[in-house]
Design a protein around this ligand. Structure first.
Ligand code: GTP
Ligand code: MG
Length: 135
């Protein structure tokens, strides 16, 4: 079994899609281990997205992720990292995310693509420690 960090980003909370996302986690058969609604400090956001530091979209990414409350969750199950990336859909909601995925069904723009999921076991470890240090 594996753990991954899931976020419903500020656009998802604003659009009242938290229930929709939780429902898709549950319907996939994944377990929710921890969950918390919070507004992200810039420092946490920068650490979370450290791999993108220096890219042209980095500052708008930090601006966006700190713009309102996010739902953060630790989700567990067999192959949870890949399973959740599949449920979420590709980064670009139009070019990459397929119909049936959260981004494919419900998002239009890469910069506001509703959800996050860790992209590897190393990222998941790092992100879960960052967001839920007590776990
Ligand atoms: P996350 O789950 O948020 O990490 O998305 P991801 O893993 O599908 O994509 P990635 O980690 O490569 O990028 C992180 C976030 O930065 C994406 O979700 C996008 O919101 C944003 N992003 C990535 N690439 C671009 C880009 O080329 N342009 C813009 N505007 N935003 C981008
Ligand atoms: Mg990513």
């Amino acid at each position: 079994t594996e753990r991954t960090l899931v976020l419903v980003k500020p656009d998802g909370v604003e659009r009242k899609l938290v229930g929709e996302v939780i429902s898709r986690i549950e319907r996939k058969g994944l377990d929710i281990v921890a969950m918390d609604l919070r507004t992200v400090e810039r420092d946490l956001a920068a650490q979370h997205y450290a791999e993108h530091d220096g890219k042209p979209f980095f500052s708008s990414l930090l601006e966006f992720i700190t713009s309102g409350p996010v739902l953060a969750a630790v989700v567990e199950g067999p192959r949870a990292i890949a399973a959740w990336r599949q449920v979420a859909g590709g980064t670009d909601p139009v070019e990459k995310a397929t119909p049936g995925s959260i981004r494919g069904d419900l998002a239009l723009e890469t910069g506001s693509n509703l959800v996050h999921g860790s992209d590897s076991p190393e990222s998941a470890d790092r992100e879960i420690k960052l967001w839920f240090p007590s776990l």
